[in-house]
Structures are given as structure tokens and as C-alpha cells.
Design a protein around this ligand. Structure first.
Ligand SMILES: NC(=O)c1ccc[n+]([C@@H]2O[C@H](COP(=O)([O-])OP(=O)(O)OC[C@H]3O[C@@H](n4cnc5c(N)ncnc54)[C@H](O)[C@@H]3O)[C@@H](O)[C@H]2O)c1
Length: 247
């Protein structure tokens, strides 16, 4: 599962699942670029990870929905570490509401961050990976992208779109040694799910055979495998990490 000396860029890594992924990749020997729209959290996470795993890190404030910001983020990664070998498109937001009441702005914003953001980051990073004829792209989708979910038309459309993007990038770049896969988490214990009411949490737990929410580390270990040398023949796949909630 070697990750040694690879340069990994993780978006939305200031906290939550992205932070756990950044930790796990650093633990495996990567130099890590921690990017987040909240620049202060990115810098703090990068500093903590650097100390904890004795590796080089860079914290960057970047908005994945903004093409200029994404370009600057990738330029900063190249200036610091020479390239990007592993890209994890993790940044994501929710703006939930039933279809009839969903505001157009909430539709647009969720699509911009969750789907267009992955497109913009992949476009920049794939160019670099193609030069080195090696790359790993991992997109963080969601169980709901496969199942649908009441109140999440925008988010589900974005995550299902991300799965389609994953398969296309996998086909376009396979011949250049670049894999692209998606990890679809179930319900994971982060700020995103801590916002749910006790009632909804209880209803969710009843649907999970493992009878617990997942941890960010449950997702991070799967991402680390897909990012590693060992997963070189795995591409265009969606790996579900959901405690058996969807099979
Ligand atoms: N928590 C879950 O149950 C769950 C389940 C399935 C999928 N996911 C997906 O996992 C990913 C991480 O979720 P999380 O639970 O850790 O969420 P979180 O809200 O805890 O963290 C998301 C991070 O992304 C950052 N971010 C938001 N918009 C951004 C932007 N435009 N540019 C850069 N960074 C941005 C935030 O500042 C935050 O640090 C998301 O893509 C989410 O959709 C989460």
C-alpha cells in the first residue's frame, strides 16, 4: 500500500472526513496539501499534520467552485512540492430542502461546490499527473448518490454526477497511469451529520446493519488504499463505505 513520497492534495481538509484523509495519507508517507475554503483551518490542520507525522505539509485557502482559486491552489502545490500525484476531491456542502421549496441559489451552490469543484480540480491536477504518467484521483461521493434522498435533490444530483465524472475521467486517463475512483460514504459522524435531529439519527441507525454511524477514519482508510500503489488496476469504481446500509 505504498504512498511514500507522493504529493497528495485534499480539498475540504480543514475538518471532518477531509482532515481524516489528510492525516491518513500523511501517516502513509505523503507530503500533503491541505486545502479548504476556510484558510485558517487549512493552515492549522497542515501544521498539526506536519508535526504528528513528521512530513512536509502546506495549508492553502481555496474555493473549489472558483476556477481562479483552484488554479492558484494547484500552483501553490507545485511551487511547494513540484507536482500533485494524488487528488482527493472531498470538499462538499449541503443546502437541504424539499424539491418544491428548494431555492435556485441552493441548487446552484451545491452543484458548484460538489460537482463543478471536482471538475475544476481534476482538470488542473490531471494535466500534472499525465506528465508523470502516474496519478490517483479519488472523489468523495455519497450513498445518497446511489439511493436518492428526500430533501436533497441538489446534493444527490451532484453526487450522482460525480460518479459519472469519475467513470469518464477513469476512461480518459487510464492509458496514462492515472486511476479515478469514487468513495461513497454512508452516514459518517461529522459536523455535516451532527446537524441532524436525534429523531433522524435514530431512524438512520435503524437502517444500518452495523448499528453505528461511520467514522471519518473508516472513509480515510479506503481512500488511502485507492490512492496507493497497490490499487493500480482499480479504476472507474464506486467503493461504498456504509456499514451495510446500501448493498
Ligand atoms: N458526513 C457524512 O455523513 C457524509 C456522507 C457522505 C458523503 N459525505 C461527503 O464527504 C465530504 C466531506 O464531508 P464532511 O462530513 O467531512 O463535511 P464537513 O462539513 O465537516 O467538512 C467539509 C469541509 O469542506 C470545506 N468546504 C466547503 N466548501 C468548500 C469550498 N467551496 N472549497 C473548499 N472547501 C470547502 C469546509 O470548509 C469543511 O472544512 C463531502 O463531500 C460530503 O458530501 C459526507
Amino acid at each position: 500500500m505504498s504512498l511514500h513520497d507522493r504529493v497528495a492534495l485534499v480539498t475540504g481538509a480543514g475538518r471532518g472526513i477531509g482532515r481524516a484523509i489528510a492525516d491518513r495519507l500523511a501517516d502513509g508517507g505523503c507530503r500533503v496539501v491541505v486545502a479548504d475554503v476556510d484558510g485558517a483551518s487549512a493552515e492549522q490542520a497542515a501544521a498539526e499534520i506536519g508535526v504528528a507525522y513528521e512530513t512536509e505539509t502546506l495549508g492553502v485557502g481555496a474555493n473549489v467552485a472558483d476556477a481562479t482559486s483552484v488554479k492558484q491552489m494547484v500552483e501553490a502545490a507545485v511551487a511547494a512540492f513540484g507536482s500533485v500525484d494524488i487528488l482527493v476531491n472531498n470538499a462538499g456542502i449541503t443546502r437541504d430542502g424539499l424539491l418544491l421549496r428548494m431555492k435556485e441559489a441552493d441548487w446552484d451552490q451545491v452543484l458548484a461546490v460538489n460537482l463543478k469543484g471536482a471538475f475544476l480540480c481534476t482538470q488542473q491536477a490531471a494535466r500534472l499527473m499525465a506528465k508523470g504518467r502516474w496519478g490517483r484521483i479519488v472523489n468523495i461521493a455519497s450513498i445518497v448518490g446511489a439511493m436518492g434522498n428526500i430533501g436533497q435533490a441538489n446534493y444527490v444530483a451532484a453526487k450522482a454526477g460525480l460518479i459519472g465524472l469519475t467513470k469518464t475521467v477513469a476512461r480518459e486517463y487510464a492509458s496514462r497511469g492515472i486511476t479515478c475512483n469514487a468513495v461513497a460514504p454512508g452516514f459518517i459522524d461529522t459536523a455535516m451529520t451532527q446537524a441532524l435531529t436525534e429523531e433522524i439519527r435514530a431512524a438512520l441507525l435503524a437502517q444500518i446493519p452495523m448499528q453505528r454511524l461511520g467514522s471519518p477514519e473508516d472513509v480515510a482508510t479506503t481512500v488511502a488504499f485507492l490512492a496507493s500503489e497497490a490499487a493500480g488496476y482499480v479504476t472507474g469504481q464506486v467503493v461504498h463505505v456504509n456499514g451495510g446500509m446500501y448493498m
